[in-house]
Write a protein that binds this ligand. Structure first.
Ligand SMILES: *Cc1c(COP(=O)(O)O)cnc(C)c1O
Length: 441
């Protein structure tokens, strides 16, 4: 290690593994500390046993279902468990698959919606001016903009208004027409952690059907909330209990409590997943149905998801999510008591809350707070809201398994220690808001 190795050119010769390891390891020391990252929703802590299992499965390719039939079986069991958890009318008949995350799951669900719309309108085809559209709140995660761009679907977004920071059911129904492939409801908005009113949305769409005959399916993007609500809000009907909900996705690597990347997509029944989207792969041996964008994909995360289901069970998940919610609510309440801040949400839906500076605060803004918190290693994103609340900038804290009561107290100490200095500022010091805005998804 007397000289730096080339970084943008394949080296001429090999290095001893110990040296190569040390070089890569040392460089990665400069990455952030995942446990102090209050920006991400993604799991940053698992039990050591899960790590051992994942290491044992590093060489398993999920697509080789014939070579690794037990891994394929664990995937099938996870789908069945989720179908039951989300109240599929006939869990045995629910269809679903693992993915690399919610983004891929949303692409698959969106594709199914688009195919079903095309099938419904087969008699109008090929009507050149029939351009499919998808209705959603403006607060959706970026994967829905991607879906619409990649699959050439018009995006129809309901803007925020006043103190409403997510989808309005009546406004969403008003955007629907005969070319609407579906409406996306987000269980757990990434902007503020609030649940969207899925049941009210379904009721609006039922009324729309009465009036106009348009029968629009709902997809629930439960990236976070689909693994929180079943345990902490069992009476909230957001899932397959609502007949209009045709598919649901979640990120196994968020509140599913698995390291990245695993996600899940489930359909109410085979009728919601057009058969022509399912490919039968036979050259690896066997005749296996697959529905995925990727071909090869790691199997370890699926195994880790099954381990976590087995390890925690319903009661374990309830305890873990309740602890996160308790910490989020406690921390939000303490921050809400400070004269400097105003809460938008309180951590009582997703264990996530957003807050902004109080009306009378002129010495600093949320971007200053975010920047100063970094001095202590805390990653708390600050960002501006979309239309029609571009005037509003917030900070957001995501409480996850591993963000203990202890760490929350240390975080609050650090925040309170910064405030006297911030209050003495002449005004917000951040001029480049784009640069200050952390990646908040
Ligand atoms: C995180 C998130 C996504 C994207 O999920 P990945 O698992 O990161 O691909 C989509 N929608 C919502 C609501 C999310 O929170």
């Amino acid at each position: 290690m007397t000289g730096a190795p080339p970084t943008h050119r394949l080296p001429d010769g090999p290095l001893p593994p110990g040296t190569a390891y040390q070089l890569v390891h040392d460089e990665l020391m400069l990455d952030g500390n995942a446990r102090l990252n209050l920006a991400t929703f993604v799991t940053t802590w698992m039990e050591p046993q899960a790590g051992v299992l994942m290491t044992e499965c590093l060489d398993k390719n999920m697509i080789d279902k014939d070579e690794y039939p037990r891994t394929a079986e664990l995937e099938r069991r996870c789908v069945a468990m989720l179908a039951e958890l989300w109240h599929a009318p006939d869990p045995e008949a629910a269809v679903g698959c693992s993915t690399t995350g919610s983004s891929e799951a949303c692409m698959l669900a969106g594709m199914a919606l688009k195919r079903r719309w095309a099938a419904r309108n087969a008699d109008r085809y090929p009507a050149k001016d029939a351009r499919p559209n998808l209705v959603m709140g403006i607060n959706v995660q970026v994967c829905w903009d991607k879906f619409c761009t990649f699959w050439e679907v018009e995006v129809r977004q309901v803007p925020m208004e006043g103190e409403r920071y997510h989808l309005d059911p009546a406004a969403a129904a008003a955007l629907c027409d005969e070319n609407t492939i579906g409406v996306v409801a987000v269980l757990g908005s990434t902007f503020d952690g609030s649940y969207e009113p899925v049941a009210e949305l379904c009721a609006e769409l039922d009324a729309l059907k009465e009036r106009t005959g348009l029968d629009i399916p709902v997809h629930v993007d439960g990236a976070s909330g689909a693994m929180v609500a079943p345990f902490l809000d069992p009476d909230l009907a957001w899932d397959f209990r609502l007949p209009r909900v045709s598919s649901i996705n979640t990120s196994g690597h968020k509140y599913g409590l698995v390291y990245p990347g695993v996600g899940w997509a489930l359909w109410r029944s085979a009728a919601e997943l057009p058969e022509e989207l399912v490919f039968r792969v036979n050259y690896l041996g066997g005749e296996m149905p697959t529905f995925a964008l990727n071909f090869s994909r790691p199997g370890a995360q699926v195994v880790a998801q099954y381990y976590t289901f087995l390890r925690l069970g319903r009661e374990g998940y309830r305890c873990v999510q309740q602890a996160s919610r308790d910490i989020a609510k406690g921390l939000a309440a303490r921050i809400g008591e400070l004269p400097d801040f105003r809460l938008l949400t309180r951590g009582d839906e997703l264990p996530v809350f957003a807050f902004t500076t109080a009306e009378e605060v002129t010495a600093f803004d949320v971007f200053d707070v975010s920047r100063r918190l970094r001095e202590g290693g805390w990653l708390v994103p600050a960002y501006t809201f979309p239309a029609h609340r571009e005037d509003l900038s917030v900070l957001r804290v995501v409480c996850r398994n591993g963000f203990s009561e202890d760490l929350a107290a240390l975080f609050l100490d650090d925040l309170e220690r910064l405030l006297p200095e911030l209050r003495r500022q002449q005004g917000p010091s951040t001029t480049d808001r784009e640069a200050a805005t952390g990646f908040h998804h």
